[in-house]
Design a protein around this ligand. Sequence first.
Ligand code: SF4
Length: 238
Amino acid sequence: MAAAERTSADDPQSDPAKAALALRAGQIIERLARVIENPRSELNYDSLFQLLVAVMLSAQTTDKRVNLVTPALFQAAPDPASMAALGHEGIFGFIKTVGLAGSKSRNLAATSAIIHEKYQDQVPSGFEDLVALPGVGSKTARVVMNVGFGIPVIAVDTHIRRVAMRLELTKSDSPDRISDELAGIIPDRYLLHAHHYLLLHGRYTCAARNPACGACCLNDLCPSRDANQISRANPSGS
Ligand code: SF4
């Protein structure tokens, strides 16, 4: 499934186990919605094109590091035409402190040229069009669709994958499958913001090394809370 398209087979009500999972997923997102007041991207940008650039730069890099390099980059090249004209060497000069700067600068130059020439400077909103752009994978495409176009899809990054697995909302390992599974169980009314609720929860509470289970608003709904609390209290397991 390219993005969050529901079919009758996805209807949680047709499967009791899935209905129970959907009920729990709804409770989880509802709790997160109460404590996360601002479910927004932490990347800085002023246009859809700049959002796409920032998201491409954020692969395997923190949003904070991306936000350090984009002001100068966007001042020099605010739109697809000027970014393409800057070329990969010019772009590299602005982003060299970001991980994978070499491949990212080449992809940004190529993608900017395509958006300028093929899409008349407009970032496309379709999943297939986005993933056809150099350096744009399914996660980046979904982030742009969700944040930029308000399309209710869930982009699964390392934080969302970890949170979904700890909460046992999925047994899958593949981000694309997790994305489709979450879209199948999270209530429609929460789908647009579910991406940021889960991402921000993973970034600030359900961290990879030291999840704050004791302070977590999902503690009573989480099958992993004891494992995480025990492993922190007694890391040797003895
Ligand atoms: S209880 Fe712990 S493992 Fe479960 S979601 Fe909260 S922080 Fe994560």
